[in-house]
Design a protein around this ligand. Sequence first.
Ligand code: PLP
Length: 364
Amino acid sequence: MRHFEWKDKSAYTYGLHGTPSSYILEERLCALEGAQQCLLVPSGLAAIATVALALLHVGDEVLIPDNAYGPNKALAEGELAHWGIRHRFYDPMNPADLALKISSQTRLVWLEAAGSVTLEFPNLYEQVRLCKAAGVSCALDNTWGAGLAFQPFNLTVGANSLPLAVDISVHALTKYPSGGGDVLMGSITTVNPALHMRLKLCHMRLGLGVAANDVEMVLRSLPTLALRYAAHDECTRALALWSLKRVEFAQVLHPALPESPGHCDWLTMSQGRLGTAAGLFSVIFKPDYSQAQVDAFCDALQLFKIGYSWGGPISLVMPYELSSMRQNWPQHLQNGTLVRFSIGLETVADLQADLAQALEKLSS
Ligand SMILES: *Cc1c(COP(=O)(O)O)cnc(C)c1O
């Protein structure tokens, strides 16, 4: 034991230091995202929290996009603030706003593409460029992209652009890599050994190990990730296109739709390939529909279950009260109740028929 070194994975010393199973999953996630190092944590949110705790100290400031995954904002408001770590929200669709808000106290900038409820696709390349120019670490919540839609450590915007890399990518393995809606896990990938070691020591001191049986489930799902992601994508695009024609909706949000905020940036990043737009789309109901009517629509759906998650085989629906989620009401969003759909692996025709019957109940 005296000669064992757990930090470089050359030996197995204790469960919290990693196990032979976790080492294998870490390696495969590195291959998926084009990373060099990986840490596994018990949830996607634990990945976000570990990055914050490892990088931020009293007096530091973290910048978070205003459309970020809600619990990331709640972590800053409810926990980091107690420890003297300040946060500001920036407009994800306006790089000038990010540039303005990066200050001498800024130590970390969160990025998310696409936003997890409103699905705006930001100018990720420009955001990373701004962070690099200011010497500030940037961490991407890459759950939506899943390592398939774009390469977070090799971002380009055309043949002649200099490739840029985020410093950290976090991933809720709970979603697409698990694929079953039955495992909670997160990952933190990097390409810098010193940064990884800082995260790894924080991770170990906090006791954030993962169970080998959970790792085994993700390992088993990972080989079908690309096929599932492409199937979710294809079905979702078909339903989003169909939704555009429905009179009940004021707006349909999906980055592959030319009308959707950030479409051009998504196109640049993904070259429009199928299998690059995940399985989420949102609709904003016309304001004449009350929240109770929208709730009744969600309840009337038969195949869609009500739930927050995504990436599993079963389609899910969730209404959101956007006004309580944003510091500023974004000009690119219509007024009305927003409903997000997470498309599973059912057939398009079945899901479309289900949406149609629930919408008909709404108008009758
Ligand atoms: C679900 C999700 C997370 C958190 O993952 P959990 O494993 O549920 O904690 C983080 N970011 C995004 C974008 C998510 O959708």
